[in-house]
Design a protein around this ligand. Sequence first.
Ligand code: UDX
Length: 446
Amino acid sequence: MKDGLNISVIGGTGYVGLTAAACLAYKGHMVCCVDIDPEKVQLANQGLSAFYENDLEKILKHVASERRLMATLDYKGPIKDSSIVFLCAGTPSRKDGDIDLSQVREATRSIARALKTKKDYFVLVIKSTVMPGTTESVIIPLLERISGKRAGKDFGVCVNPEFLREGSAVKDFLFPKEQGIVIGELDEKSGDWLSKLYQGFDAGIFRTTINTAEMIKYARNAYLAKDISFANEIANICQRCNIDFLEVKKGLEMDSRIGKGRFINAGIGFGGSCFPKDVRALARKAEKVGIKPRILRATLEINDYQPKTFLSLVRQTIGNLKGVKVAVLGLAFKSGTDDLRESRSIPIVLGLLAEGAVLHVFDSKAGGRAKSIFGNKVHYSGTAKEALISADACIITTESAEFADPKLYDHMRGNFIFDGRRVLNCKRLNRRFIYAAIGFPAGDKI
Ligand code: UDX
């Protein structure tokens, strides 16, 4: 790309940073990933990543071979040469639900120190998910105090939230039409500077204030998480009324005001590094500003309830679980990832273990990571079939297409199937099975 820019990505080997870096390099820019983790830096320079993400390593290898992406522990050099610096440090949850800003503060201090010797104008782009007000009240003051430079004069600032979904993050970054691009700008010059980068993307750009952009990120995730918990509440009611929620969902989607593809797949709830953390953080922010976050708290409460109600369904259907061999299909918080963060499979597996069940677990990508959570309390199977062979019961916790094959379950010794994601069309199962799911009429013949 003739007008490729020099770009640095701070926190550049994490889920968001490495994906953004690889995609920007793929678009023709010269990108430097700056991180504090030597192992991840080394992996990135080999075109590899420490986590699984569809298409990421393919794109990384391509840009690394064209020497358009490199990774380093050094801040000074990359920032000196960059016209855009993305800040993609993580903001995990603290115990009280607030976000932990320590990584953002640390990265900001390092950027500020590098800024001292930088001559030319550049724009710092906050891509980390931070509470409304954080950029203006924490990041900019820290930058100015340590660097001695002035925001708006020596450098620009934008907030550019990411709307990447794990499993399709590369596609979501390169083709953001569906999600749109949001730019919160300190001033027009900052916004113009960053908008130039996105000219090459087919998507609408919404330019707004910095605080608004920070809020848009949280409001979007809270909205989507609320939809899931709404669907789960309706499904829980359907269950008690002997109604199939999937039929109700069809009726909901007929209404053009609701439409298809909404986040209304009922089941064991939402996991991942975003929805739980972002809804908790927004609820905390609401309380701090004197608003009772009724819907946000209910969204979280229903999400905590789903694994519990699923376990009761298992208990009610099978009875005493002691010594029962249970195959658990899927451990990651969603299919296509190896990410176990706040996965709904964790309370379900721990609950089954507490009742003495003997678990054989399978996940095509997260199996290795699962060992750090479940240790040797469960048996790890290399395939779904291996987990199912001689199982008395099976539990499905991710909506993986692999688990939708009804023939797969013919390997089981027992007859109980508990579908946490309604991934199976139970009518295609062998009639010997007893199929149960959240929002599926108990006792219905399949
Ligand atoms: C989400 C947002 O979709 C994305 O825009 C944001 O940038 C990051 O957070 P992600 O967490 O990767 O993306 O996964 P997503 O596909 O949204 O699913 C999140 C969780 O909700 C998963 O556990 C999934 O199983 C669950 N889910 C999703 C439901 O239970 N029901 C649904 O209808 C959809």
